[in-house]
Design a protein around this ligand. Structure first.
Ligand code: AMP
Length: 393
């Protein structure tokens, strides 16, 4: 069922409360990356341009104790940056619920009000109904535009929908469009690239994707458990011993479904995880571990990708944070950036961080703003913050 969006509801003259994801990285009071604030602007601006009487914004930031105000987790730096981006005054309140908050909103001359960090109250993450009702009492319409927290049933993402007409903002709409069509009706062939540290984090994802994908490429730390299942020596490389049988089963399932399953075939190996002293090798001898894919693997992956029309990428292919082991992830990111007429979707989290590190963000069709949320969506799970929104009539 399709969800109502902000376009499907009359907001003129109304107070709208928007759940945004302003959980930005901070260095003291300095925002080191403001993309999450920028990503919320289209919905905020739409509301302002469509005659709302007030835009009330709410977000969490970091992991405060949940026992009241903590300066370190204040949204003050966000309010400042938001003012610059919106080019209009933003009123930051010192709490998110209560009579003083209500009074400040009704007296405010600013069109945009930012509530203080939701997680200053434990009730937020507990999805406490009384807290959700308090938040709802501030407005007439609820808009969820925080894709990054849509996989959590919190008061501001799910609970609040019991009390207000509830619709999706443009960011959530865009995420659902890109992630949804890539998985459910992609231009084929569909290739999924999976990497990252652990098989256990990606089992549900692989299970959900086997019936949908044409090819599955597995690299990164998780590949070695699959290689072990094929009887290949992996030395000291990352291994989840208790997942070897499952890895074998998943490869058999893929084979039965006619899905190409491409594993790492050559390696960048080192004798110590902390050392940058490494070499390219077709095998991983005892005492060595592999921290990146080698050039033959890169070539093989590129061949598969060259035939693809849709690519979904989740998880780095090596220890990309260190230059010595970033070549594989970079080569594949560069190759994806060079493809024409191919839809390339980057899952949030580490793969998004890798693409950003290589300065290739503009070259991808869509980079998800939610790590956990995009993973759960691609696993085929229902995201509570989206399920709770009103269905389109
Ligand atoms: P994840 O959070 O599961 O997406 O995993 C991302 C992490 O996996 C990154 O921090 C990478 O450094 C790490 N990683 C990727 N490849 C390897 C590898 N071959 N060995 C160990 N860690 C890896």
């Amino acid at each position: 069922m399709q969800k109502m969006t902000v376009r499907d509801i009359n907001i003129k003259g109304k107070k709208v409360i928007i759940r945004v994801d302003f959980n930005v990285p901070l260095d003291g009071e300095h925002i080191t990356d403001d993309r999450r604030i920028a990503a919320a602007l289209p919905t905020i601006q739409y509301a302002l341009n469509n005659g709302v009487s007030k835009v009330i914004l709410m977000s969490h930031l970091g992991r405060p104790k949940g026992a009241g105000f903590e300066k370190e987790f204040s949204l003050a730096p966000v309010a400042k940056r938001l003012e610059e981006l919106l080019k209009e005054k933003v009123l930051l309140l010192n709490d998110c619920i209560g009579p003083a908050v209500k009074e400040s909103i009704s007296k405010s001359t600013e069109r945009v009000v930012l509530l203080e960090n939701l997680r200053f109250h434990k009730a937020e993450e507990k999805n406490d109904p009384a807290f959700a009702k308090e938040l709802a009492s501030l407005a007439d319409v609820y808009i969820n535009d925080a894709f990054g927290t849509a996989h959590r049933a919190h008061a501001s993402t799910a609970g609040i929908t019991a009390y207000l007409p509830s619709v999706a903002g443009f960011l959530i709409e865009k995420e659902l469009q890109y992630l949804g069509s890539a998985i459910n009706h992609p231009k084929r062939p569909l290739t999924v690239i999976l990497g990252g540290a652990k098989v256990s984090d990606k089992i549900e994802l692989i299970k959900n994707l086997i019936p949908k994908a044409n090819s599955i490429i597995v690299g990164g730390g998780m590949a070695y458990t699959f290689l072990k299942a094929q009887g290949i020596n992996i030395g000291n490389s990352k291994l989840e011993k208790d997942k070897v049988d499952l890895a074998r089963e998943l490869m058999e399932q893929a084979k039965k479904a006619g899905v190409e399953f491409a594993l790492t075939t050559d390696f960048v190996i080192t004798q110590s995880f902390t050392s940058d002293d490494c070499k390219i090798s077709d095998v991983i001898p005892d005492g060595w571990e592999s921290l990146d894919i080698g050039p033959k693997t890169i070539k093989r992956y590129e061949e598969i990708l060259s035939k693809s029309k849709t690519v979904v990428w989740n998880g780095p292919l090596g220890v990309f944070e260190r230059d010595a082991y970033a070549k594989g992830t970079r080569a594949i990111a560069d190759y994806l950036a060079s493809l024409k007429d191919v839809t390339v979707i980057i899952g949030g989290g580490d793969s998004a961080a890798a693409v950003s590190k290589f300065g290739l963000e503009d070259k991808m069709t869509h980079i998800s703003t939610g790590g956990g949320a995009s993973l759960e969506f691609l696993e085929g799970k229902e995201l509570p913050g989206i399920a709770a929104l009103n269905d389109k009539k």
